[in-house]
Design a protein around this ligand. Structure first.
Ligand SMILES: [Zn+2]
Length: 316
């Protein structure tokens, strides 16, 4: 739509991600059944944890942050955003803990060497991210990457959609992970502002069934053939790649099953996999994707360890 083509025309390096996916099933313990209420915009579980078990919540947050720093060299910045045209609201203790857990879960599917090599050091977050200078984006923006700050991605904990529904605060794990994968893909995409490459990508995929033109079904956010999402279809080639990468990293088995009958998606997945293979110096290979489809995170971590040890010994 217009705002996307406008962004392309201005060659903006602001890459945002409004898509909302998934539902986190984290109604645990005493809140295991039926509780979907929020008080003052904060889910009951988080209020409960903050009021009655603040030490435990704090301990979990600290452990998570230490792990992010020691294993991936990544810090989460919960402080206020200084940029004049962007606003981000503060997160409560339990919300910070939930966010940190989701980011750790997202980073765990990448080899440590990949994350270190990316140059990413900071994930900035808050409750909602608003970019005041661009009204068309204000309400929908959930994440942000600018190549002016290549070491940083911004991920909003809440989605605009969740704010308007009873999902507020309750289903964010998958969405936050997916959003992280999307922005992290941009952060490492060498072709992000390469017009010729992006044009070639769109044209080639169009021949395989991914029609880049606006469709009626886009109004209803119905995913159409050859694209991972409506945003991927409308946002241009860089967004298309980031959406495919996010869907693939979030749940490779489910996404590849969807792609089976869609030649453009099959092709895009192969290209994105090749990209990850190259970026990870061969660690994210077919064995990696097989292990990911099995869903055994322990096996994946062992595989990373083995591959990284092998590459260290061959470096000597
Ligand atoms: Zn994007």
């Amino acid at each position: 739509m217009e705002k996307f083509s406008q962004a392309e025309a201005n060659n903006e390096d602001e890459l945002t991600q409004p898509e909302s996916v998934g539902r986190r099933n984290f109604l645990r313990g005493v809140f295991a059944a039926g509780v979907v209420a929020a008080v003052g915009g904060q889910p009951i579980r988080e209020l409960f944890e903050e009021t009655l078990t603040p030490e435990q919540t704090e301990k979990e947050l600290t452990e998570c942050l230490e792990k992010l720093k020691s294993e991936y060299g990544v810090e989460i910045d919960f402080s206020e955003l200084k940029d004049a045209d962007k606003k981000i609201e503060h997160l409560s203790l339990a919300e910070q803990r939930d966010f940190a857990e989701s980011m750790l879960g997202a980073l765990e599917v990448y080899p440590k060497s990949y994350v270190h090599g990316s140059g990413l050091t900071t994930i900035k977050t808050g409750k909602h991210l608003r970019i005041e200078s661009d009204n068309s984006k204000t309400s929908k923006t959930e994440a942000y990457f600018s190549s002016k700050y290549p070491e940083r991605v911004l991920i909003s904990k809440e989605s605009f959609e969740g704010y308007l529904t009873d999902k507020f605060g309750w289903d964010n794990d998958r969405r936050m992970k997916s959003t992280f994968h999307h922005e992290f893909y941009h952060q490492n995409d060498p072709h992000v502002h390469d017009r010729a490459f992006n044009h070639g990508w769109t044209m080639e995929e169009a021949t395989k069934g991914a029609d880049p033109h606006f469709h009626t079904q886009d109004v209803f956010s119905i995913r159409r053939e050859g694209f991972a999402s409506t945003y991927g279809a409308l946002g241009g080639a860089a967004e298309d790649r980031a959406e495919v990468a996010a869907a693939l990293l979030l749940d490779p088995e489910a996404f590849e099953r969807i792609a089976l009958d869609e030649p453009a998606l099959v092709d895009k997945i192969q290209k994105i996999k090749k990209e990850f293979f190259d970026r990870s110096h061969g660690i994210m290979d077919e064995t990696y994707w097989k292990l990911r489809s099995g869903g055994d995170m322990k096996a994946i971590k062992e595989y990373f360890l083995l591959r990284e040890q092998l590459s260290e010994s061959s470096d000597k």
